[in-house]
Ligand binder design. Structure first.
Ligand code: FAD
Ligand code: UDP
Length: 379
């Protein structure tokens, strides 16, 4: 008899398994239909010995001290500040758009103040920003929007930015300084020995039993458990009762090249050319030295594993109907990017899982069962 059946061994499922086993002393069965733990953050060493991410490049960044400290119990880190260039009009230009981008693109020598007025003069001021087109056009104007955002977004989502919620392109800021890092979060680090090693340590506990290559539906009725934590797609859980929630998928094409370096930074985006959106060279992320190098190309597509919830109003409305069903379920919790249909980064999923654990703790009848190590970690 397990106290918890956890479906999915990604960040959402693994954080909850770890907390429930270690802090609440609960017996946990965590199952995943894939042949590995780690969910979409799974990484492994390829034939050349380079650490690659099977489901696309995962760069860890967070402003949450709690999340950073929690994960620090299970991994050492390597500092890594991700930088991205966009291939536009035959040049490689820094993205997010910043002072260097504008100067290089137009052959100018503007100062920070100049570039603020430069962008101001091009921006189309929109009072009620609703779509991903509004966000960009409002801050940099139509020309830069067309060159950097419109076609990339069409490729990635098969939608025009005007059809997508503002939050999608709002992930990419505009800067008037020379800061060309992709993220500005307080903590920008990669797990020193990879994500998978970190997950292995999180799940290494006598109260946790892992079952891989198993769809949870195949064991329902065979496994006894009191409560369930579900981290798969929420529409699938309810047998698509209200119809399918749209997700975007990606095909990853890996290549190992007999050369030390392929490109001049971790990721190069290709907004306007080719069927792929970006190429990432993994050695930048891992800091490894190797005479070879491994890269991944991302080709977005409609069918395949569900990777991205698609943020637009009608999808949010459909998700809301499923969410109402989840709220009626007494002994089942829905956590994570697929189960709550949110375009979450890893740290946001960790934070969501930690706060779900806090809620579960609050609901427990006998808090005196808790082990004495229930300290710190923001729970
Ligand atoms: P998942 O990792 O998807 O885990 C869910 C698990 O449930 C899966 O392993 C799945 O196999 C399992 N499952 C589903 N259904 C069933 C079933 N019926 N039975 C059994 N098991 C089931 N975030 C960042 O912070 N930085 C990045 O740079 C970044 N890059 C990304 C790049 C790509 C291409 C993608 C797709 C995502 C990226 N993310 C990034 C987001 C990150 O992957 C997610 O935030 C995080 O992995 C979500 O964790 P999760 O546990 O919610 O879901
Ligand atoms: N985007 C774009 N051009 C770029 C980078 C991003 O149009 O060069 C848009 C695109 O819609 C993308 C979104 O901004 O899906 C979010 O980008 P991010 O790099 O955060 O995407 P993720 O890493 O989650 O795939």
């Amino acid at each position: 008899m397990y106290d918890y059946l956890i479906v999915g061994a990604g960040f959402a499922g693994s954080v909850l398994a770890e907390r429930l086993a270690r802090i609440a002393n609960k017996k946990v069965l965590i199952i995943d239909k894939r042949n590995h733990i780690g969910g979409n953050a799974y990484d492994h060493y390829d034939e050349a010995g380079i650490l690659v991410h099977k489901y696309g490049p995962h760069i860890f960044h967070t402003n949450s001290k709690d999340v950073y400290e929690y994960l620090s119990s299970y991994t050492e880190w390597r500092n890594y500040q991700h930088k991205v260039l966009a291939s536009v009009d035959g040049q490689l230009l820094p993205i997010p758009i910043n002072l260097n981008t504008i100067n290089k693109m137009y052959g100018l020598t503007l100062s920070s103040d100049d570039v603020a007025s430069f962008l101001e003069s091009r921006a189309e001021k929109i009072n009620d920003i609703r779509t991903s087109e509004d966000v960009v056009v409002n801050s940099v104007g139509r020309e830069l929007y067309e060159k950097f955002f419109r076609s990339y977004t069409k490729k990635q989502w098969d939608l025009d930015p005007s059809q997508l919620s503002a939050a999608v392109t709002a992930r990419i800021p505009t800067r008037t300084n020379r800061d060309d890092r992709y993220f500005t979060d307080t903590y920008q680090v990669m797990p020193l020995h990879g994500y998978t090693r970190m997950f292995e340590k999180m799940l290494d506990h006598k109260n946790i039993h892992i079952m891989l290559n198993t769809d949870y539906r195949d064991v329902l009725g065979e496994v006894n458990y009191k409560k369930m934590i579900f981290t798969g797609p929420v529409d699938e859980y309810f047998d698509y009762r209200f119809g399918k929630l749209p997700y975007r998928s990606i095909e990853f094409k890996f290549e190992t090249l007999d050369q030390e370096q392929f490109q001049e930074t971790g990721t190069v985006n290709y907004p306007n050319d080719y069927a792929f959106t970006r190429i990432t060279e993994f050695k930048y992320l891992s800091g490894q030295k190797n005479t070879k190098t491994s890269v991944v190309y991302e080709f977005p597509k409609a069918e395949g594993d569900p990777y991205y919830p698609i943020p637009k109003p009608d999808n949010a409305a459909l998700y809301q109907r499923y969410r109402e069903l989840t709220l009626q379920m007494e002994n089942t919790y829905f956590v994570g990017r697929l189960a709550t249909y949110k375009y979450y980064n890893m740290d946001q999923v960790v934070a969501q899982a930690l706060s779900t654990f806090k809620k579960i703790l609050g609901e427990m009848e006998q808090p005196d069962q808790l082990t004495s190590v229930a300290d710190g970690y923001g729970v």
